[in-house]
Write a protein that binds this ligand. Structure first.
Ligand code: ATP
Ligand code: MG
Length: 573
């Protein structure tokens, strides 16, 4: 491709809201153009990259035996009513009416559509398993669209859905998809980790996420430096804290007493005042839980030196979302902020206690009365308590597999695979006949890859202060032949010869043949756009020499023009 013929509107201007390198360089390099909040057009270079990633995803999915299909981007709301998700999806799902006042949605995901496709068409266990996938546009009306392609409202996803007659077969496919995803990210040239994950609104049991490691990642991943353990903080677990080491339990008075703790509302103040370690106190986190058609004040209790993990807490009370409760809302239900504890709570208050506090004695907690705390509590005396894993694993907590201190790292969620089970097939009454002629709901899995997010993720992991650095498999063109002065016939001809030779070797090449652009400008575009290699045809052509520039290191290497294709071919092997 000739640079002069391709629409590549590079610019020095960075959009105001572009804080991430991928967002800045994709806009400045002329890859994408924003038309609305979280909505982007792909310009020629962006489209080439998107298609390359898409092609790799398709090849690997086809290799794994999945069938490509395409669901309508618009689906009737009735399908979502059948599954029970019409409201459960919350405001992320964009609903609208057509001219006949029919209700529709822009697909945020396609479990309903796929069940509808398979239902009454696959009727026997003999026709299972099957895995159907598409690579198609999704729309989610995200609360905070940001970071360019990273969190758009409209984006491209590969979504796959598998149907099985047994749990074992689902697990076989789940493992196959895990391997398939690993193949995809490896081919893309990415440094990634597979982590245990929360299943979110999609539901189901086991799920794993594929994290592209990058400092800018929105997700915190808990990793063990010793064993294989890695999990999203939303799902991470740790070995139970060994609290007994920290204070002498026999010395703790286990008769519950109410003590005056005037104006002491924080764990810090209370533990200092009573001279007890924070781990011997109970922290209350009061939140407002939002449900489909109601809301409620709920209280979560964790150890004083632990933090609440919001996703776990959301799962514990099975709400759509948790938001901060105002002081008025807290006092309206009879709670006292700063002095809240699980004993003598007002009736009807929903509360959950962290699993690690089960059966604990001797802890300090709020007395549900202004200026008072209880000491010497005994949690075994509480009746009908819901215990749930609520805590955010912290760096230094011990690995539950091997006991080594855990560490944090940041990642970009590039894929997510779920063992769904029968959630959707049961809800939508989609069944097959098993070996005994008995009707059973399909056992399902679902598997997503953020194709357009990957365009950004590649750059988040590979860039410098000058611009993007594409990996070989994702680069719009692998080699950029920079003709220093395209007005000189000999330079242009020599450049074209290299161009033809590289193309004959199957190497995606672009030639910067622009007559009105100076060398420095062309070099700047090369660095900003991030083609892996440049070949500069310039001053030394008369001596039979050209220069190869490695975008990653910016190192220059003079080579004989006769050897340049071979040298590049070897580098790209
Ligand atoms: P997140 O936690 O980042 O919102 P999710 O859990 O909602 O993601 P899934 O429903 O599992 O995402 O969707 C599958 C994949 O689609 C994700 O792994 C991610 O790569 C991609 N994806 C999800 N939301 C967006 C978005 N708003 N913009 C771009 N890609 C997205
Ligand atoms: Mg999401």
């Amino acid at each position: 491709m000739k640079f002069s013929k391709l629409f590549i509107p590079t610019t020095k201007e960075t959009p105001n809201d572009a804080t991430l390198p991928s967002h800045q360089y994709l806009v400045r390099g002329g890859f994408i153009s924003q038309t609305g909040s979280g909505i982007y057009d792909f310009m020629p270079l962006g489209k080439i990259v998107l298609d390359k990633i898409r092609a790799i995803v398709k090849e690997e999915m086809d290799k794994a035996g999945a069938n490509e299909v395409q669901f309508g981007f618009v689906t009737p709301l009735s399908l979502w009513e059948e599954s029970g998700r019409a409201n459960a999806m919350g405001p992320e799902m964009l609903k609208f009416k057509d001219r006949k006042h029919g209700d529709y949605v822009l697909s945020p995901t396609n479990e309903e559509a796929v069940v509808n496709m398979v239902k009454n068409r696959i009727t026997s266990y003999k026709d299972l398993p099957v895995n159907l996938y598409q690579i198609n546009t999704k729309f989610r009306d995200e609360a905070r669209p940001r970071f360019g392609l990273m969190r758009g409202r409209e984006f491209l996803m590969k979504d796959a859905y598998s149907f099985h007659s047994s749990e074992e077969d689902l697990i076989r496919e789940f493992n196959l998809m895990e391997q398939t995803y690993k193949n995809v990210y490896t081919r893309l040239g990415l440094d990634f980790r597979v982590v245990a994950a929360d299943s979110g609104a999609i539901g189901g049991s086991g799920s794993k996420e594929f994290m592209v490691l990058a400092n800018s990642g929105e997700d915190t991943i808990v990793v063990c430096p010793e064993c294989d353990y890695a999990a999203n903080i939303e799902a991470a677990v740790r070995a139970k804290k060994d609290v007994k080491k920290w204070f002498d339990l026999t010395a703790v008075d286990i008769t519950m007493e109410k003590v005056l703790t005037e104006d002491m509302k924080t764990i810090e103040e209370v533990s200092n005042f009573l001279s007890v370690p924070k781990a011997q106190t109970i922290k209350a986190v009061i939140k407002k839980a939002i449900y489909e058609d109601t809301q409620e004040i709920v209280v979560f209790f964790v150890r004083g030196d632990d933090e609440l993990e919001e996703t776990k807490a959301t799962n514990a009370v099975d709400c759509l979302e948790l938001i901060d409760a105002t002081e008025d809302e807290i006092s309206e239900v009879g709670l006292v902020a700063g002095f809240c504890g699980p004993f003598e709570l007002p009736d009807d208050i929903t509360f959950v206690i962290d699993s690690e506090l089960k059966d604990e004695i001797g802890l300090v907690c709020g007395a549900n009365e202004e200026n008072y705390h209880f000491t010497g509590t005994d949690l075994t005396s509480l009746k009908n308590v819901k215990y749930f894993d609520l805590i955010a694993v912290q760096e230094g907590d011990k690995c539950s597999c091997c006991g080594v201190p855990l560490e944090y790292t940041k990642g970009i969620e590039a894929g997510h695979i779920f063992q769904l089970g029968t959630k959707y097939s049961s809800a939508m009454d989609a069944k097959f006949l098993d070996e005994n002629g008995k009707a059973q709901p399909f056992i399902m899995g679902c598997y997503g890859i953020g194709v357009s997010r990957l365009v950004a993720a590649v750059i988040e992991q590979n860039h410098d202060e000058k611009g993007a650095i594409w990996t070989k498999e994702t680069a719009p063109f692998v080699v950029d032949i920079i003709v220093s002065n395209a007005k000189k016939d000999d330079e242009l001809e020599a450049g074209m010869k290299i161009y033809d030779d590289l193309k004959a070797l199957g190497i995606d090449t672009i030639i910067d043949d622009r007559i009105n652009a100076r060398f420095g400008f062309k070099m700047g575009d090369f660095e900003l756009i991030g083609f892996p290699y440049a070949v500069v045809v310039g001053k030394k052509l008369s001596e039979g020499l050209v220069e190869i520039v490695d975008r990653k290191t910016l190192e220059k290497q003079e080579v004989d023009i006769k050897r340049v294709t071979q040298v590049l071919f070897d580098k790209l092997k």
